[in-house]
Design a protein around this ligand. Structure first.
Ligand code: AMP
Length: 118
């Protein structure tokens, strides 16, 4: 069972902020912003590349509800999903990072000049 499936099952504790039949939102254990929430489907889906549009429709509404619940909807937030090896995905279960609570920086993510190389 993957780490987030264990969180769904309650085998690993999580600090939950919102939950419904399909999704859970909980605080990231290693926050990189004042507010750093992970949002996952309860069903095991490997990553964004394998999610269906139907599940994403419900997930979009849930993420919007989480942002409202945490009062991030007025000042804004960043939503990130790391997909696969090059995307830096470590947990093999679809999750979105919801980041906010401060004005976030946007920096180069590789050593290279991203305009010149891909
Ligand atoms: P990613 O690199 O996109 O796969 O992100 C995985 C995230 O899961 C990281 O930000 C970790 O800090 C976070 N994480 C790992 N284990 C836990 C846990 N038990 N509870 C909360 N967050 C976790």
């Amino acid at each position: 069972m993957c780490i987030f499936c264990k969180i769904v099952a309650g085998e690993i504790p999580s600090n939950r902020v919102l939950e419904n039949d399909e999704f859970i939102a909980f605080h990231d254990i290693n926050p990189v912003a004042p507010v750093h929430i992970l949002i996952i489907p309860k069903k095991h889906i490997e990553n964004f590349q394998s999610v269906t549009p139907e599940l994403m429709a419900n997930m979009t509404s849930f993420i919007q509800d989480v942002a409202k619940e945490l009062c991030l909807d007025k000042n804004g937030y960043r939503l990130v999903t790391n997909n696969g090896k090059d995307g830096g995905q470590e947990a093999p279960h679809l999750h979105f990072h919801l980041l906010g609570g401060a004005k976030l920086k946007w920096t180069h993510l590789t050593e290279n000049d991203t305009h010149k190389s891909l």
